[in-house]
Design a protein around this ligand. Structure first.
Ligand code: PMP
Length: 444
């Protein structure tokens, strides 16, 4: 079926859409039919500039032939094979290639790779690895995880337990966790460029929670080095260093959730590299395969891996895995993606654009409804005042307006979040910002 033809638009009844107000959407749908480079085309033939790299995942831009070819080749050669007690070469090859660009460089030794099918699975996998590791080294009382208010770590039961967004938490039961405060502080940090200056003291929350629960009960602490889904919350200067020091002091593993910061978003291969702070586990997905085939990966340190390998011979060291762990077709997409990243220097390209991006975004300061602008690498946030005290309304209107005019942005609460493909050109940065400026005027 050619869905780019408007006459072929299907009925919308059956697909129960994720994270969507289904009734509202189906009354006024937005349907994307094709994509190339920086642009989508919707079912009506309108061009839409992609300001969000899909959902923070299409880092190399859309419609990459190299990925398509690799996927097709792999599908014809080996479509699927199990990775439980057997394997296939391409998953090992992909893991080896990932090991060479692992977060923190060679010295960090974060090069043991566990494959998953998504960011949520990567998070749950990392939490399980942390708890299993503590047990394996004789620290079996450590089962609690510390997360953060406003943290987003996907939608698995582990992820919602350590996450801190109320709508993800209120309906479902959770595993033992506790939460540090978030670091968003518009009062003191409004319109900071890059990392905020104020709020380092919030890292001491970790020490407070350690004292509250007892270090011998805590397996790990998980943070997004830069949180995205809550509306782009940046760590204050020195914050991650302090979290690392406290976790180390108490034998608590540190997990960086790099599902959105991994693969070049901040102008370095990983946020781990950007901040120069080395965790014990790093979760990834999204940019791992340029979003083309679902896949996630957890990078584990050799210390963690070896700790788990030291059990009795013939035992399964980590009783965990997915049917699609190391899926051959996803691995093929991933290898092709890494080749593109290397050839086009995409893992560091954002560094050269960050200044232009920052100045363009901050030009929106002064608009009556803009209360904050935040940026890091090729990530941006424009926080708006809610209309008539109703959270999210104005931002949602901007989102709808921008889409009609041909720009895809992402809205979370009162925040417009931006994360364009890393292939973006300077003129497109200007276009994104001027289109948002115009939309802000229209919805005022
Ligand atoms: N962790 C973080 C930091 C994320 O931003 C996301 C998704 N936006 C996830 C985990 C979950 O990933 P997925 O939707 O692939 O399960």
């Amino acid at each position: 079926m050619d869905y780019t033809k408007q006459s072929n638009t299907p009925t919308l009844e059956n697909f129960w859409m994720p994270f969507t107000a289904n009734r509202q959407f189906k009354a006024a749908p937005r349907l994307l039919a094709s994509a190339s480079g920086m642009y989508y085309t919707d079912v009506d033939g309108n061009t839409v500039l992609d300001g969000t790299a899909g959902l923070w995942c299409v880092n190399a831009g859309h419609g990459r032939k190299r990925i398509a070819d690799a996927v097709e080749r792999q599908l014809r050669t080996l479509d699927f094979a199990p990775t439980f007690q057997m394997g296939h070469p391409i998953a090992f090859d992909f893991a080896e290639k990932l090991g060479r660009i692992a977060p923190g460089g060679a010295a960090a030794e974060l090069d043991r790779v566990f494959f998953t099918g998504s960011g949520s699975e990567s998070v749950d996998t990392a939490l399980k690895i942390a708890i299993a590791y503590q047990r394996a080294i004789g620290q079996g009382t450590r089962s609690r995880i510390i997360g953060r208010e406003k943290g987003y770590h996907g939608v698995g039961f582990g992820g919602i337990s350590v996450g801190g967004l109320v709508n993800n938490r209120r309906v479902f039961p959770q595993i033992p966790a506790d939460h540090m405060r978030h670091t968003l502080d518009i009062e003191r940090n409004a319109f900071s460029k890059g990392l905020p200056a104020h709020g380092l003291e919030l890292a001491e929350d970790l020490e407070r929670l350690v004292q509250l629960h007892g270090p011998e009960t805590i397996a790990a602490v998980i943070v997004e080095p830069m949180s995205g889904s809550a509306g782009v919350i940046l760590p204050p200067k020195g914050y991650l260093e302090r979290i690392r020091a406290i976790s180390q002091k108490y034998g608590i593993l540190l997990i960086f959730d790099e599902v959105i910061t991994g693969f070049g978003r901040l102008g370095t291969p990983f946020a781990t590299d950007y901040f120069g702070v080395v965790p014990d586990l790093v979760t990834t997905a999204k940019g791992l395969t340029n979003g083309a085939i679902p896949m996630g990966a957890v990078f584990a340190s050799r210390k963690v891996y070896d700790g788990l390998m030291n059990g009795p011979e013939n035992a399964i060291e980590l009783f965990h895995g997915y049917t699609y762990s190391g899926h051959p077709v996803a691995s093929a997409a991933g290898i092709a993606t890494l080749e593109i990243y290397a050839e086009e220097n995409l893992l560091t390209r954002a560094a050269g654009l960050a200044e232009t991006w920052q100045e363009a975004l901050h030009s929106l300061k002064g608009h009556p409804h803009v209360v904050d602008v935040r940026n890091l690498g090729l990530v941006g946030a424009i926080e708006l005042s809610p209309r008539d005290g109703a959270p999210g309304t104005r931002a949602y209107d901007v989102f709808v307006d921008c889409f009609k005019k041909g720009l895809l942005i992402r809205v979370t609460g009162d925040v417009i979040a931006l994360s364009p493909p890393l292939i973006i050109e300077k003129e497109q940065i200007e276009t994104i910002v001027s289109m948002i400026g115009d939309a802000l005027k229209r919805v005022a």
